[in-house]
Each structure stands twice: as C-alpha cells, then as structure tokens.
Design a protein around this ligand. Structure first.
Ligand code: IYR
Length: 329
C-alpha cells in the first residue's frame, strides 16, 4: 500500500485530495491531530478516529491528541473540574487502545486556549463569522436543544486549534466536517492557510443499521463493556445475510453494522481474521481482507451467526486492555 492509500484507507472524505497527496509524498514528521471532548469512557466512535491515528503513526506522522476540556465545557458537558478528571482517564484509555506512547502527544485545550494571542485571534474570527454560520457548523455536535453563545464560539476555537497546534492534517468523524469547512473559510481572515482534513465514516446503529451509532441513544460498544456485554450486543446486532433493502423506501439503505465494524475496526488492526467453525459446518474460514469477508457473507458462504461470534471475539481483544485499566482504578 502506498502512503496515500494508507492515509486515506477507510475514510469518507478527503479535503482536498491534492493537499493529502502532497502530504503523502513525505509523511515523515508531518503532524496530524484529533480532538475529543473528554466524556465518560471511550466508545466505538472514538475508537474509529483512534484507529486512523494509529495508521497515520505507522505511515510516519507525529500524532497529537487534543483533550478538548474547554470545548467540552462550552458544549455543556459538566463542570470544568469533572471534565479535567475525565481527560486524564481518557488519555490512559487511548494508550491502552494502542496509540504509541512515545509517538503521541496529549495536549489539554486549557494549556494554550487562554493565552492572550489565542484569545485575540479568536475574537478576530468572531468578527468574521455570522452566528448562523457558526450554528450550522455545530448542527451535529452541539448538546441540548437551543444554541448557546458558547456553542457559537466552539467551532471558531476548533479552527484556531489547528493553527496553534501547528498541525498539517486535521482528522475527525463526518460530524466534524462543517466545523472544518468553516475553518477552511475563516482562517485566511487571520492570514492562516486553510487546513487539510480527513473525515472518518459514521457507523450505523448496531441493532437497527439505521442512522448513526451513538453513546446517548441506541446501542454502542465501549471500553467498559465486559466480554459478555460485547457478545450480547453483537449477537443481537442487525446483520442481514444479503445487502439490505430500504425499509421505508426513502432512498436510505440500511447499513450492516457488523460488516462496518469488521471493515473499520477489525481489519485495520489485525492482519488476518479467522472465523472459527466446527468441522461439520465446513471448518474455520480465514480472511486476509475485508472485501472477501463481505462477499462471502453476502453469498451465504459465511453465516451471520459465525461472523458475529468472530466479531465479538476480535472486539473483545481490542477492548480488553482499556477495560482492565478501568477496573484497576
Ligand atoms: N468537536 C470535537 C472535539 C474537538 C475536536 C477538535 I479536532 C478540536 O480542535 C477541538 C474540539 C467533538 O465533537 O468531540
């Protein structure tokens, strides 16, 4: 796999392709970052961008994880003290998940976001952005119903983080794309370049395959889940044996979350996936790539139940180190 393919593997959007190609020409020492609002424990949504960071480290990038404590506060996620405590625990969980301790820099937003220069630049961005644009950027991020002034400041600070952390590549889930587009439009107002961005896909709800998996509604998988929790959730997941028809004919096909987790979480971390089956059902199946597994599930060669059993055991292996850290506390 060449560097461009490795960097863009499994991403939903690249902004822009030419800019990422330029980074891929000499990825060594280039800097990438993701920011997270510290909240609860890591769940499968965080793990998706974390997997991308691990892949970027393998490609030679230096990686920064921003523990966005001020952003979490502005987005009404708790008192500042609660958020700071959570940030420390989250860092441990990222390391347990497989980020390289030597190659990852963890930064708290509050370490640099109160500096005079940052605040003045923030005010300059505020002058250059309408409230409605900031509100639109937050559509998929904001907590609560009515938009607060703090939530209009939030995306502008996220834009400035890219400048102050001096990164070459900003990573986020697709729900971050409107913030990144705002950053691309507004940063030139303070004489900064538009940032290059990569967006990872959103995984469908585990039990229905509709919409996106979220920790606040529906079923998700987190570092707190026991082996049994994972088995139970995966076993009752939506996993049709063939491509699913549209349930309400609105043009949005249901996704297969079992396949999505194999594609975005398991194959990037394991070279080979073995689906164990008793001899009488044909014996073990071994897959070197996601596409073959998908084709065999769709052709009926691989039974959904066997795929789920294998998925639960690989997920358990990925989650076990983080779970042990949480239990040891
Ligand atoms: N908006 C993110 C948190 C966040 C991300 C980055 I990249 C920042 O620079 C700051 C905050 C979230 O929704 O979790």
């Amino acid at each position: 796999m060449d560097a461009y393919e490795q960097i863009t593997r499994n991403v939903s959007e690249v902004v822009t392709e030419d800019e990422v190609r330029a980074l891929a020409e000499s990825p060594d020492g280039k800097r990438a970052y993701v920011g997270y609002e510290p909240s609860g424990v890591l769940h499968i949504g965080h793990m998706l961008t974390a997997t991308k960071l691990i892949e970027l480290q393998e490609a030679g990038f230096e990686v920064t994880v921003l523990l966005a404590d001020v952003h979490a506060y502005l987005n009404d996620k708790g008192t500042f003290e609660e958020i700071r405590d959570t940030a420390e625990r989250m860092k441990e969980q990222f390391l347990a998940y497989g980020l390289d301790e030597e190659q990852t820099e963890f930064v708290l937003g509050s370490e640099f976001q109160f500096e005079r220069e940052y605040v003045l630049d923030l005010h300059a961005l505020e002058l250059n952005t309408t409230l409605s644009r900031a509100e639109r950027a937050m559509a998929e991020i904001k907590s609560g119903e009515s938009a607060k002034v703090s939530q209009a400041v939030y995306p502008l600070m996220q834009a400035l983080d890219i400048v102050y952390l001096d990164v070459d590549l900003a990573i986020g889930g697709m729900e971050q794309r409107k913030v990144h587009m705002l950053a691309r439009d507004v940063l030139p107002a303070i004489n900064e370049d538009s940032p290059t961005c990569l967006h990872t896909p959103l995984i469908a709800d585990l039990s229905t395959g509709i919409g996106k998996m979220s920790s606040s509604t529906g079923t998700t998988i987190s570092m707190e889940d026991s082996t049994e929790d994972i088995q139970e959730k995966v076993n009752s997941a939506f996993c049709p044996p063939t491509a699913a028809p549209d349930p309400d004919d609105d043009g949005n096909d249901r996704e297969n979350p079992v396949l999505q987790i194999f594609e975005y979480h398991v194959f990037p971390r394991f070279e080979q996936v073995v689906v164990e089956r008793p001899e009488e059902y044909g014996g073990d199946l071994t897959y070197d790539d996601y596409e073959t597994l998908e084709a065999e599930l769709e052709s009926g060669e691989l039974h959904p139940m066997d795929a789920k059993t294998a998925l639960a055991s690989y997920l358990d292996e990925l989650i076990a180190p983080g779970r042990e850290k949480i239990r040891a506390e």
